[in-house]
Design a protein around this ligand. Sequence first.
Ligand code: GRF
Length: 216
Amino acid sequence: MSDLTLGVLASGSGSNFQSIINNVESGFISAKIAVLITDNPEARAIERAKNHSIETLVIRPRDFEDKPAYYSQIAEELRKRGVTLVILAGFMRVVGKALLDQYPNRVMNIHPALLPSFPGLHGQKQAADYGVKLAGCTVHFVDEGVDTGPIIIQAAVTAYHDDTEDTLGERILKQEHKIFPYAIKLYSEGRLSVKGRKVIIKGDRTETPVINPPLN
Ligand code: GRF
């Protein structure tokens, strides 16, 4: 049993959060989920946490003087619960230095595009509008930029000329639900290390599956 303790930050539906919960419960990821922190009291992620008896904290930026105070508080709550890896599962904010300093290369994010293309909001719409033929998603460690941190794993999906944000987004989301748990599993097994911009996956040439649907 790994001693990995996850803290999840989410703002919305939490389908990625759910996929992580399922993969922890099935034993695919050896870890425990200590807490869900959300900035949105209406987030569906809260209900998901409740269903699995995961503690939830609603921490809203408007209750704090500034961004450093907000992220210091979040870091403190995570630290108190022994969190060793922070998971951004649809947390719709640019995380502050006050948290990143406490968790260097220990904050993971999922982005719905093949970075470095289409960072920021609505990655799926940006890709659909641009007319790419391959779209996808990326799990990366978080740095102070917007979706700029070292890339851990990516998955590609076919994009069609008549895709919309929603149709493409749905195809991408299915892959998100696979690669995010997979990245956490790699971390929990101590197989990830960061050298500059690059994430080295121990054994990647033999063991990391390429998660791509066949072209048809
Ligand atoms: C996902 O598309 C993720 O890539 C992005 O926000 C969305 C969250 O979806 N960061 P959900 O809340 O996990 O359903």
